[in-house]
Design a protein around this ligand. Structure first.
Ligand code: DGL
Length: 260
């Protein structure tokens, strides 16, 4: 299985998959050279995702691809499925699930700019049920905050308050928040803390298994790659700061790969 993201966001998706499906071997591709995807054009992300899959496929046997990134899924999944014969699973902000859960009919969707303004999300928002009010926040800074948190840096509350200020100023705040970027999954506690009410978070990770369960179970029986490998596209200090955090993922190899 190849699983990729621009950064650490996809690691929580990987953790979820490996907790549910035993004996899966994985290649995690951290495309830190192109981080953040959230400020890139749709075309850039489509081309970049094609390059990543091609390069990894050339070097390792892969049976399934998981795009552990909402930004790449909303912009590129459709094209990737046309381009490759491999099964490809993506992750999308689950607006319909939030509509079922909300009690006050105010839903917050927080995601990267590229995701929020993608035609996929814009179409969903225009089709939304008239009884629900969906407030959106497009932020590229929050993924950076998540990257810092994982490396042990302090997250000033004021930075989060600034990002969420539009919702915090509402007289009725969202009771349900869709985390439309895999990076944000690691910030649930911090986001909850700045709101004075309990929030129901929708992180969409279950979607990976409901959509890709058969492919992932089949993969258990049919794996040619017997190692867990961590690849990253740019060698620098920030990626090295991550290595100790990776222990729980049992990577047998950590390697730089050129995405050109
Ligand atoms: N983790 C990614 C997502 O789910 C993208 C973060 C970024 O690179 O901007 O959208």
């Amino acid at each position: 299985m190849l699983i990729f993201d621009s950064g650490i966001g996809g690691l929580s998706i990987l953790k979820y998959i490996k907790d549910k499906i035993k004996n899966v071997h994985y290649i995690y591709m951290l495309d830190n050279e192109a981080f953040p995807y959230g400020n890139k054009t749709e075309l850039f992300i489509i081309e970049r995702s094609i390059k990543i899959i091609n390069i990894v496929k050339k070097n390792y046997p892969i049976n399934v691809v998981v795009i552990a990134c909402n930004t790449a899924s909303t912009t590129a999944l459709y094209y990737l499925r046309k381009q490759f014969k491999l099964p490809i699973i993506g992750i999308f902000p689950e607006i319909q699930k939030a509509e079922k859960v909300t009690k006050n009919n105010i839903i917050g969707l927080v995601a990267t700019s590229t995701t929020i303004y993608s035609s996929y999300i814009q179409k969903q928002l225009n089709q939304k049920c008239i009884h629900t009010n969906i407030k959106t926040i497009a932020t590229n800074h929050l993924a950076l905050i998540a990257e810092k948190k994982i490396r042990g840096f302090n997250i000033p509350r004021i930075d989060l308050e600034y990002i969420f200020k539009d919702w915090m100023n509402l007289s009725i705040k969202p009771d349900t928040i869709i985390l439309g970027c895999t990076h944000f999954l690691s910030l649930k506690k911090e986001i909850q803390r700045i709101f004075n009410q309990s929030i129901f978070f929708i992180d969409s990770k279950e979607q990976i298994l409901s959509e890709g369960k058969d492919w992932l179970y089949q993969l258990q029986l049919n794996q040619k790659n017997q190692k867990n490998i961590f690849l990253y596209s740019k060698k620098n200090k920030t990626v090295q700061q991550l290595f100790c955090y990776l222990k729980e993922y049992n990577f047998q190899q950590i390697k730089n790969i050129n995405v050109r």
